[in-house]
Design a protein around this ligand. Structure first.
Ligand code: UD1
Ligand code: M6R
Length: 371
């Protein structure tokens, strides 16, 4: 049922304040006079000790689910102190990469049925790792075959392009990081501010959804482009990859997410006065580095669309010559949840304006059950 919306993708983008609320329901503890704020994940609580003791945490997934894990990686590393590595499921299988008994392997999948991810799970089980699932589908193969896990509870997602599952996956993985780090006194203040940020996150997403018309106007400007680059770094490297995946998947426009730190190692050669470039430069520890990336792109006359925190337009675009998308600022590790929303809206409007099928892009299936 699409309700008042024309497409499922549109409905699923706009229902993110509610899906995020459901994802967090019953899992955030407000704390009180003598009790600290904390996180309760029923499916993980008996396994946290083993996870904390593991030698490495390996995230495994495909497509958008991989990107969600990439967005959560920095906060998991920070709060757990355990090295976190990333694997695209098919690549792990192609290489038969090493997985050990001392590893915690985390399988991220909206459907819980993706063939590559499921085969990687079988492989990790054979190698004796603790296998954790992060899925949206109760009773799915990945939910059934992992040792433990967390359901993201985002509600059924119908559009082939994953939107609300992405934001809920990031929130669940941030909660996993909080739960793993729960026994560390030195990070308690940091954890409590993230928990406060989680409580307020649905409101911030509601606020950023007001950019709908602005993104439609931007889509009108980009409708006939051949290509669109997206630069991000740190917490928002994933945002660049995921924004580009949305644009190519539904709007059928070439788009590439680029790690801004790699700019001078090749991508800079593409920059001219024609190619549109989205730069994600919201407030965090990487901000000044992104400012210098913007300056260098600007010096090569790049056509820039800069995403920045509210009120910061003049510090990312002093000359006023770029287009700016201002988003509400949240806790750094939660910023990817807010930042992806305008890019989802952009991909949606580009698709409609270009006349393509929004919910069922050509050649793609919602659940990829063959390798
Ligand atoms: C569970 C109930 C929820 C109830 C809540 C009340 C289910 C599915 N969930 O939620 O309805 O409101 O208790 O306390 O009945 N699991 C995996 N792999 C996965 C995902 C989950 O093994 O990929 C396992 C978990 O380890 C857990 C179980 O499935 O044993 C349910 O997980 P989850 O729904 O996340 O647990 P709760 O949030 O506690
Ligand atoms: O169900 P899964 O999360 O395992 O699916 C993984 C990918 O197939 C999926 O995210 C795909 O990239 C989406 N269509 C992207 O929008």
């Amino acid at each position: 049922n699409k309700g008042n919306y024309e497409h499922y993708m549109q409905k699923e983008i706009h229902e993110q304040p509610e899906s995020l609320t459901t994802t967090m329901r019953g899992r955030l503890i407000r704390g009180g006079s003598c009790k600290a704020k904390s996180v309760l994940l029923g499916g993980l609580k008996d396994h946290l000790k083993t996870i904390r003791r593991s030698r490495r945490i390996v995230f495994i997934g495909c497509g958008t689910s991989y990107n969600a894990a990439l967005a959560a990686r920095p906060i998991l590393e920070e709060l757990s102190g355990v090295p976190v590595t990333m694997e695209i499921a098919s690549d792990l299988l192609d290489r038969q990469g090493p997985i050990y008994r001392e590893d915690t392997a985390v399988f991220v999948s909206q459907s819980g049925e993706t063939a590559d991810t499921l085969h990687a799970l079988e492989y990790a089980l054979e190698n004796g790792a603790l296998c954790v699932g992060i899925t949206n589908t109760v009773g799915s193969a990945i939910a059934r075959n992992t040792h433990c896990g967390v359901h993201i509870n985002a509600g059924c997602e119908i559009g082939v392009a994953s939107t609300k599952a992405y934001t809920s996956q990031i929130v669940v993985m941030a909660m996993v990081a909080l739960a793993i780090g729960d026994d560390t006194i030195s990070s308690q203040a940091r954890r409590e501010s993230i928990i406060d940020g989680l409580f307020d996150l649905p409101n911030k997403v509601r606020e950023v959804l007001k950019l709908d018309q602005e993104m439609k106007d931007l889509a009108k400007l980009l409708i006939a482009e051949q290509s669109l680059l997206m630069f991000g770094r740190g917490y928002n490297y994933a945002t660049a990859l995921e924004g580009a995946l949305k644009v190519k998947e539904v709007a059928l426009m070439h788009s590439e997410g680029i790690l801004a730190g790699e700019m001078k190692h090749g991508p800079l050669a593409l920059v001219d006065e024609n190619l549109p470039i989205v730069v994600i430069a919201t407030q965090d520890a990487c901000f000044s580095k992104q400012q210098s990336v913007i300056q260098q792109l600007h010096a090569r006359k790049g056509r820039l669309i800069v995403m920045c925190s509210k009120g910061k337009a003049s510090s990312v675009c002093p000359s006023g010559s770029c287009r700016v998308i201002e988003v509400p600022q949240v806790e750094d590790c939660l910023q990817p949840v807010v930042n992806i929303v305008p890019l989802q809206l952009l991909a949606y409007h580009l698709t409609v304006l270009r006349g393509y099928n929004v919910d069922q892009p050509r050649n793609l299936a919602k659940s990829v059950t063959t390798e």
